[in-house]
Design a binder for this molecule. Structure first.
Ligand SMILES: Cc1cc2nc3c(=O)[nH]c(=O)nc-3n(C[C@H](O)[C@H](O)[C@H](O)COP(=O)(O)OP(=O)(O)OC[C@H]3O[C@@H](n4cnc5c(N)ncnc54)[C@H](O)[C@@H]3O)c2cc1C
Length: 388
């Protein structure tokens, strides 16, 4: 019996192209054979990621998978989504690593960088030889990132950056940070390289959630950068927000992976666990919970697949991504909680994945636009009125 039976109640596999199935299956195999055996050790050490897997992840084309050229895999957006789903079936930290590298670091360089920036960074990031991070959030400004205090000032031919970024995935292991800063009332993106004078990254410890992922704080104190480190192709919040749309798209798929992992694990458990003379799976309330899980997974899969096809056709709207991120993370978290509950006491130890997924999904609900913020985005889209 395979270690994971992927739920596919509406036979959505039939709607996938062969290369989409192949990309998904390769990552499923990688997660089962290479990642999961290492995971427990990293979860137990807060803030550590199995960096030795980065070359294999690069070989599988996981970094900037839906970008074309510069050593990127050029997958369809559906294949990319399926890959994110499989990574998060492993752990939200694993999917976050690929999301940040591809959606938040490679995408802005690809879309807004100079040719020299693309040639310097994209092949290195695609091959995992360089790692990147994305610095938007600050200690006092998360959802309302427009309020950021990080400033860039032009002094002669150089830019001088000052500020602090917090909650930055992979900050301390990054070779390059995409840092968003205010220039007067405008927002611009800068590439800040590891080792630049005045730039420091420190890890945040004590997380209950996303433990197998590095989360850092970035300090910029009179960091001097040449003009070549400014992303020339974008101004204003469109820059960071367009990156977030990329990453949120991946999360809409990824969260389903966590939910699918929880469902598969608890279904097997419920069939074997005997309570009051029969399998837990034979009890009405347990079946009701399993039915809820499968129904929500199936609805989420339909949402994600349609979103992917629209993205491939260039017809995706950011509000559609908000609906999918908001819904799929919300149901994944509810599914993880139900699965944890059905596992009883076993559900609280790390031999089972449900509680790890559950606490990870608390982060996923908060980052890349909280559940509330996506509700407000959709509310504004429907009514044409920005809620106060
Ligand atoms: C593990 C982890 C990794 C992260 N990685 C990155 C990264 O790589 N790069 C990066 O830049 N950021 C990253 N973040 C930051 C993340 O994007 C922010 O935490 C998120 O945007 C929320 O901001 P906040 O924490 O300041 O919460 P706040 O914005 O203070 O929100 C607090 C609460 O208020 C609600 N709220 C906020 N505004 C409104 C409103 N107008 N109306 C109603 N309710 C509202 C929110 O929904 C939430 O419930 C990461 C966060 C975590 C936890």
């Amino acid at each position: 019996m395979p270690d994971f039976d992927s739920p596919d109640f509406l036979l959505l596999d039939d709607l996938l192209a062969e290369e989409e199935r192949l990309a998904r299956d390769a990552v499923r195999d990688f997660v089962s054979k290479d990642f999961l055996p290492l995971l427990q050790e990293h979860v137990r050490q807060d803030g550590s990621f199995p960096m030795q897997l980065v070359p294999r992840m690069a070989e599988l084309g996981l970094f900037g998978a839906n970008l074309h050229g510069y050593g990127c895999a050029g997958m369809s957006n559906v294949a990319y989504g399926l890959v994110m789903q499989e990574l998060e079936r492993g752990d939200s930290g694993l999917r976050s690593f690929a999301s940040v590298q591809g959606g938040l670091v490679m995408y802005p360089i690809y879309s807004y960088g100079s040719e020299a920036q693309k040639e310097r960074w994209l092949p290195a990031l695609a091959s995992g030889k360089a790692i990147g991070c994305f610095g938007l959030t600050e200690p006092d400004f998360g959802s309302f990132a427009t309020g950021m205090r990080t400033r860039a000032e032009k002094k002669g031919s150089r830019w001088v950056l000052n500020g602090t970024k917090r909650w930055i995935t992979n900050g301390t292991v990054s070779d390059v940070a995409v840092v968003w800063a205010k220039v007067d009332d405008d927002v611009r993106g800068f590439l800040v390289e590891r080792g630049t004078k005045g730039f420091e990254a420190r890890d945040i410890k004590g997380k209950f959630s996303l433990r197998a992922s590095i989360t850092s704080e970035l300090f910029l104190s009179d960091v001097e950068l040449p003009e070549e480190n400014l992303l020339p192709g974008v101004r204003g919040m469109k820059g960071p927000l367009s990156c977030l749309t990329q990453a949120r798209y991946g999360i809409a798929w990824g969260a389903l992976g966590a939910a699918m992992g929880c469902y598969d694990e608890v279904l097997r458990y419920a069939k074997e666990r005997i309570v009051q003379g029969g399998p837990l799976a034979s009890k009405q309330i347990a079946q009701q919970r399993l039915v809820f899980m499968l129904t929500e997974i199936t609805k989420g899969q339909l949402l994600a697949l349609r979103l992917g096809r629209l993205k491939d056709e260039g017809r995706l709207h950011h509000a559609m991504v908000s609906m999918a991120k908001m819904n799929n993370v919300d149901v994944a978290l509810r599914i993880a909680r139900e699965a944890r509950d059905l596992l009883g006491a076993n559900g609280i130890v790390d031999d089972y994945s449900a509680m790890r997924h559950m606490v990870n999904l608390e982060t996923v609900r908060t980052y890349e636009g909280t559940h509330d913020i996506h509700t407000l985005i959709l509310g504004e889209h429907i009514t044409g009125m920005r809620a106060l």
